[in-house]
Design a protein. Structure first.
Length: 407
């Protein structure tokens, strides 16, 4: 996994490097910025730079997602700074490795809130880490702009969420299976986590609305379980005609690879969300016989044919050697949303409300206009259906039929 060692600002290269490499147990590098009177009145905006904290996984099981977030944030910030910055000020990104872990994320949050110069924090990666840390940031008055944490239980006055919340994501995944593919008896294999249990509830309720049923719901422990033979044995006996897989690319790829070896499951179709749109997922399923059974309901379309999206995807590939994925796309958009809000006069104290009052266009995650509701959640857009063929993702040309799912 590539370490992030590239510059964001030449003038603060040493500072960024020092802060980035500090682990949760180490000493934080002292700031070289001396806040002036304006900065004291407007935390997060010092004389030369506007500081942004990022808490995400740079090591551990979720490092691929976290590193892609940092890459896309760096790219967005470089573009903004090269265009003149925000009202004459440059953006400065300071990344903290929280390892995607609740304990580490909490320690990182406690360190971040000690620096009054941050205008916001970008992160954290998962619902569990966000639920653990959001109260710390809220108590300090530091807004959180979150790319990927889905749980509907995440709520805050200074919270903005780019991904679809589970009260939308659960219905869209279930609707994809029932409305688009005609499934009536669904099995659910899910992580025992805040996100997983919340999604299970949403999927169960939606299945009932659509005249389908959940015939099996089996949890696992993310980051620990690797043998899913018990889950798959229960799946064989459940009578299910489709499976909702609610985890990320790690366990989901293992489940599909192991299921592919069971003849009775050869025709089973698996429905997943955009979190599995990863090269790691493709690498782990490259030897399966039935990749066509993998169906992804994505809150953004990785095969968007707009020129600006193609340019973004190519630049990300050229600069960092990675393909677009959900964490990268949502993080890139959030940095640009932050920039537009700051240009409109937002401060640390008014940032969340300013974003909620604005409309945003030319975003990578969706064509058209993006808006946020009073909770800070992105309003739902069309959900693209992505398939797998020849060990590559592709857009099927269809979107999820949400008829009856949100009523």
């Amino acid at each position: 996994m590539k370490a992030w060692t590239r510059k964001i600002l030449a003038g603060v290269f040493a500072l960024v490097m020092a802060l980035t490499l500090v682990s949760c147990g180490g000493e934080e590098a002292p700031s070289t910025q001396s806040p002036d009177a304006t900065a004291a009145a407007n935390p997060g905006q010092s004389s030369g730079t506007i500081k942004i904290a990022m808490s995400t996984a740079q090591t551990g099981a979720l490092a691929e997602a976290g590193v892609s977030q940092v890459n896309s944030a760096e790219m967005a910030i470089e573009e903004i700074n090269n265009a003149g910055g925000i009202n004459g000020q440059q953006l400065e990104l300071v990344v903290y490795d929280d390892k995607g872990d609740v304990t580490e994320s909490t320690l990182v949050a406690q360190r971040i809130v000690q620096d009054p110069d941050f205008v916001c924090v970008i992160g954290t990666l998962t619902s569990s880490t966000t639920l653990a840390t959001l109260p710390i940031y809220e108590a300090a008055g530091l807004p959180m702009l979150n790319p990927t944490a889905n749980s509907v239980d995440i709520k805050g006055t200074d919270f903005i969420r780019m991904c679809l919340a589970s009260d939308v994501q659960g219905p869209q995944l279930t609707a994809c299976a029932v409305n688009n593919y005609g499934k009536k008896k669904l099995a659910v294999i899910y992580p025992m986590s805040d996100f997983g249990t919340g999604m299970l509830e949403m999927c169960t309720n939606t299945a009932e609305k659509l005249g389908a049923e959940i015939v099996m719901a089996e949890p696992y422990t993310a980051g620990t379980d690797r043998d899913f033979s018990v889950h798959l044995s229960k799946l064989e006996k459940s009578g299910a005609d489709g499976v909702l897989l609610l985890g990320d690319y790690n366990e989901t790829s293992m489940i599909i690879a192991q299921a592919d070896r069971i003849e009775s499951l050869s025709d089973m179709q698996y429905f997943m969300d955009a979190s599995i749109l990863s090269e790691v997922f493709l690498e782990r399923i490259k030897d399966i016989s039935h990749e066509e059974n993998c169906i992804i309901a994505a809150g953004y379309n990785p095969y968007d044919d707009r020129d600006l999206y193609k340019e973004f995807a190519q630049k990300l590939k050229d600069k960092f050697g990675i393909d677009t994925n959900e964490p990268a796309v949502y993080t890139y958009d959030l940095i640009n949303i932050l920039a537009q809000a700051l240009e409109a006069g937002a401060t640390r104290e008014t940032l969340a409300d300013t974003i909620k009052s604005m409309e945003f266009e030319n975003m990578m995650s969706a064509p058209g206009t993006i808006k946020f509701d009073e909770k800070g959640d992105r309003e739902a857009l069309e959900i693209a259906i992505i398939g797998v063929k020849d060990n590559a993702f592709y857009y099927t040309g269809n979107n999820v039929d949400m008829t009856g799912a949100m009523e």
